[in-house]
Design a protein around this ligand. Structure first.
Ligand code: ATP
Ligand code: MG
Length: 284
């Protein structure tokens, strides 16, 4: 088939909904098999999905996310991200994949003594050769891009402020701007709002998920708060002792009661359920 000059090809439906994460039979044990952190986990995530992973402390959320950018090697099973077997990548190939997979951490992992702008600019280091010292050592177009990212997270007026003088919620927004500066295809966020109060948590989730929707970024985010999870996710995956016990789209018959049921099953004595129940009650 030949292209007619000037005509655009129709978009291939398979590329629009392509799978960007495929986890099959993933098992991870620690301490010579004594701890089974992930137990036969399988799921796949299509491009652009906002997928939230919930589960009690120790259920395997962080371990799962860390497999997706090669921070852990599976004990068994396979992890394919953006068409590449992460569990088989080494060195330069793994670093190249990581430039496309951004990570937002609970503790922000920003450099406090640097300005907000410099922290955001460091997100572009994967696109540059050699180290950089100071914002002026970056090309002008990247400085403009970094400023635009800071504007996007509502911190355009803080560009030259030392990052450690900002509030926790603002620091996390700087970290998000830095991740977006990386131009990732996927963002992994491990309890990005765990150390923030509920109102600020909502604002930070808003910034993260809105930006990802605008840029068609796929998000896998672990959260403790059920209300935030149900408010933002298009899909929920629930983990219990390293196993998937819930995998459902949000809004198609997935009620808070159903999610709470999973938690109650996880913790029949209700020791930790109160932690989640408060946030769920707010939704009614
Ligand atoms: N490096 C490690 N060495 C030994 N055990 C580990 C290691 N990393 C995780 N584990 C164990 O694996 C299990 C899952 O841990 P993980 O950190 O993934 O849970 P989580 O769901 O992220 O919990 P939290 O909500 O507290 O962050 C836990 O039992 C944990 O103690
Ligand atoms: Mg964790």
């Amino acid at each position: 088939m030949t292209d007619v000059e000037g005509a655009t090809r129709p978009i291939d439906i398979n590329t629009v909904a392509s799978t960007v994460v495929e986890v099959q039979g993933l098992v991870k044990t620690f301490d010579n098999g004594r701890v089974r952190a992930l137990d036969d986990v399988s799921f796949s995530v299509p491009e652009g999905q906002l997928c939230v992973i919930i589960g009690l402390s120790g259920s395997g959320k962080s371990t799962l996310l860390r497999h997706l950018n090669g921070l852990h090697e599976p004990t068994a099973g396979s992890v394919t991200v953006l068409g590449q077997r992460v569990d088989q990548l080494k060195g330069a190939e793994l670093r190249a994949l990581r430039t496309k997979v951004g990570f937002v951490f609970q503790q922000f992992n920003i450099v406090g003594r640097l300005s907000c702008l410099e922290n955001v600019l460091s997100g572009a280091l994967g696109r540059l050769r050699g180290p950089r010292m100071g914002a002026l050592s970056y090309p002008k177009n990247l400085r403009q891009e970094a400023l635009a990212q800071l504007e996007r997270v509502g911190l355009g007026d803080r560009a030259f402020q030392r990052t450690d003088t900002l509030s926790g919620g603002q620091q996390q927004r700087v970290a998000i701007a830095r991740t977006l500066m990386q131009k990732p295809k996927i963002v992994l966020a491990d309890e990005p709002v765990a150390s923030l109060d509920p109102e600020i948590s909502g604002q930070v989730m808003d910034v993260l998920f809105q930006a990802c929707v605008e840029d068609q970024i796929t998000v896998l985010c672990s959260l403790h708060q059920v209300d935030l999870a149900m408010g933002w996710a298009s899909r929920l995956i629930g983990l219990q002792d390293g196993k998937v016990v819930l995998d459902s789209p949000v809004g198609e018959g997935l009620t808070q009661e159903r999610v709470m049921e999973v938690y109650q099953r996880l913790d029949p004595e209700g020791r930790k359920v109160s932690e989640y129940a408060t946030s769920v009650l707010d939704l009614t």
